[in-house]
Structures are given as C-alpha cells and as structure tokens.
Design a protein around this ligand. Structure first.
Ligand SMILES: C[S@@+](CC[C@H](N)C(=O)[O-])C[C@H]1O[C@@H](n2cnc3c(N)ncnc32)[C@H](O)[C@@H]1O
Length: 385
C-alpha cells in the first residue's frame, strides 16, 4: 500500500472514530467498463449503532450496504486502487482528496473548509425508492427498456406494482420478525409482484427473506428462475407446484394475488394451517359461489339482475373468506388494492393473526345466514379447512 493511500485510510479511520466523517465518495473506475460507477458513503445510526452506509451505484441499479468501521476500511482497501482511482473524504473541517494516476502514483490533497460542516446521522432510514425501475430484473421481466425506462404499455402495470408495494410496506413495517422472513407467493405468475415484494423487503426494509413464488406453469418457473439467477438474487426462488401441493416448512407471510377462483381458497387455507402471521390476497374470478347461487334458483331483488348477481357472488365469496379468516383468529380487513381503472379485481383481503379468541359462534351464524339467504350449500374454503 502506498504511503498516501495509508494516510487517506488513517484519516477515514480517525474521522469515523471522532464522529467527524460527513460523507465520502469513490469515483473514476479503474476499469473503463466496470459496471460499478461510483460509491457514496454516509454515516447512519441503526438501532443505536453507528454504521457507514455504502450506496453502490451500478450502471442500472443501486445496492445499499451498512458496515462498521473495520468492515468499511476493509472494503475501501479492496476498492482503492483496484476498482477506483479517486476518493474524497468530507469531514466536518476538511476535504481529503486521494488521486491515483494511471501509473499507480497516489497523491493526497487536504483542504480546510471555510465553515465547519455538521455531521448528519440518518436514523434507521435509507432513501431507497420503493421500487426502482432501473433494477435489471424489470427489464428482463419486460417492464422497462435496457436503460431502466418503463415502457409505454407497461405504465399501468407498474402503477399497480407500485401501489402493491406501498400497501405491503405499510403492512409489513410494523411487524417483528425473528430472523429470516418466510414468504410464499401463491400463483406468482410472471413474477412482477413477487419481484416487487423481494425488492421492497430486501432493499428498502433490509429484511432477510426466503420468498417462494409458487406457480403451476413450468415454463414460467424456468424463465423466472433464470432471471433470478442472472440477477444474483438470494432468498428468492420459483417453485413448480400447485398451491394445494405446496408444503412450506415455515410461513410468516402468505400472499396470493389473483389466483384463479378457488385457488385463492387453497392459498388462504395454506396460510391458516401454517400459522402465517399475515395473509394478503387479492381474489380473482369467483365461479364456485356464483354456480351454487344459480343452481339454487333463489333470486332476490338484487340478484335478479345479471350484473348484480355477478357482483353479489363476488361479495359473498369474499365476505365468507374474510369471516373464515376471522374464525381462525385473523383480524381481517377488506381494502381496495388499486383504482378500478387499472383492474376490476381490486379487492385485497388482509388477515393479521391475533391472540384474541374469536367469537366463533357469532361468525358461524353470520356465514350460515348468508348461505341460507342465497341458497349456498358450501363455500369451498369451508370444505378444505
Ligand atoms: C392471474 S395470474 C396472477 C399472477 C400474479 N400473482 C399477479 O397478480 O400478477 C394467476 C397465476 O396463478 C397460477 N395458478 C392458478 N391456479 C394455480 C394453482 N392451483 N396452483 C399454482 N398456481 C396456480 C396461474 O398459472 C397463473 O400464472
């Protein structure tokens, strides 16, 4: 190591120890075509611990990591001069610039700042976007161009993904997890929402995850697993399985978005049986209850109109699902997923496991009354639970 590089690292170490490090940048990649363009470092306070937050700016994505002082110095030694030729350390009183020439000669310049700066410690928060379209998987999934721009025909889809991420963030943020969060996304399809979930939980909320995208179509599973592999994502995998056959070892969060007809019920049942803390599902088509209602021949002032019959069948299906979740100890909410203009399948059923004993008699009566009123023999979810 050259004398000036050592001097620079000593300055970094001192300013970290004295809490005078304001920020640091590494720039000018040693290899012209290095995907990693620069690194931005700032001090942060996470769970009362002083750490250093590194934002690695790659050509088409950002990666964020937190290190303690020792780790930070190790990373810097690995990066300068092998990956970067310029480094600037900004302390409360000085700017320390390290420049390495193409021949490997290091020079250092120290400049006093006119007005003393303040060190700002961001508390436990990193300004990482909810979903970053520049992440390479969005291009591979067909939502963005190679430059990370959302394509015109995918604008609606992206809005839906963003809204979903907002909702999931508000649901997951208050939860406490003991280590890795185990998640199953049932009927994951093309994986848009599974990747959004992965990105949100790992890059923004910094959680350790084990996400399984459960999908019955082998072609999709193969394709998505290739994207996961080429993007180097750990903790995300697609599994070729039916929802019914999937046996999670551990399940903290169950997601099922637009799983067809009774596949939503299979997913809810899996979540309840596995004792998932959170169940989030957006039901899709609702054939089973509608067929039962039609078969019974019972019509009332509402269901005598075809469109309302359809809508009523949807509401009854999902009301009984919500009640069943309550029956099994989940505090259940029904909310709008996304505005109707984007998709008519816009209802989200959210169940959070509670310790409270549910009033099962009252719930059973409510379900029974509904079924009697509309001539329904059985809701599919009842038959499998
Ligand atoms: C409408 S797509 C929804 C995809 C994704 N969850 C979303 O919301 O964008 C439903 C997916 O669930 C899969 N699927 C339907 N029934 C299933 C079952 N019983 N087991 C596993 N996958 C199923 C389908 O193959 C399809 O890819």
């Amino acid at each position: 190591m050259t004398e000036n590089l050592e001097k620079f690292l000593n300055r970094v170490s001192e300013s970290a120890a004295q809490s005078t490090l304001v920020k640091m940048t590494l720039s000018k990649p040693a290899q012209k075509h290095d995907e990693l363009r620069n690194i931005y470092v700032k001090p942060v306070l996470i769970k009362e611990k002083r750490l250093f937050n590194f934002t690695y700016h790659y050509e088409r994505r950002d990666e964020v990591k937190n290190y303690d002082v020792e780790q930070m110095l190790d990373v810097l030694k690995g990066m300068i001069p092998d990956r970067f030729l310029n480094a600037v350390l900004f302390t409360v009183s000085d700017d320390v610039t390290l420049l390495i020439s193409s021949k490997g000669k290091a020079t250092i310049q120290i400049k006093k700042v006119q007005e003393c700066r303040e060190q700002s410690l961001e508390h436990d928060k990193q300004k990482v976007r909810l979903i970053n379209p520049a992440n390479p998987w969005w291009c591979q999934l067909g939502l963005t161009t190679r430059e990370g721009k959302i394509t015109a025909d995918m604008q609606h889809k992206f809005k839906q993904i963003y809204k979903y991420a907002e909702i999931v963030e508000s649901l997951v943020k208050p939860m406490k997890f003991d280590g890795t969060v185990h998640i199953a996304d049932m009927g994951a399809g093309k994986g848009y929402l599974t990747f959004a979930l992965y990105e949100l939980l790992t890059q923004r909320l910094h959680l350790d995850v084990d996400i399984k995208g459960v999908e019955i179509r082998p072609d999709l599973v193969l394709k998505i697993n290739e994207i996961i592999k080429s993007s180097g994502l750990k903790g995300l995998e697609f599994v070729k399985s039916s929802i019914e056959a999937f046996q999670p070892e551990k399940l903290d969060v169950l997601i099922a978005l637009h799983a067809c007809d009774t596949a939503t019920d299979d997913a809810i049942a899996k979540g309840i049986r596995a004792g998932a803390e959170l169940i989030v599902c957006a039901p899709c088509c609702h054939k089973q209850i509608r067929q039962e209602m039609e078969r019974s021949g019972k019509v009332d002032a509402i269901t005598r109109y075809g469109i309302f019959m359809e809508r009523q069948a949807v509401m009854i299906t999902d009301t009984i699902r919500a009640l069943m979740m309550e029956y099994y100890g989940y505090k259940t909410q029904v909310m709008e997923f996304i505005e109707m203009e984007h998709t008519p399948k816009n209802v989200l059923l959210v169940g959070r496991k509670t310790d409270k004993t549910p009033d099962r008699l009252m719930i059973s009566k409510a379900i029974g009354d509904l079924k009697r009123q509309y001539g329904i023999q059985k809701h599919y979810l009842e038959t499998i639970l």
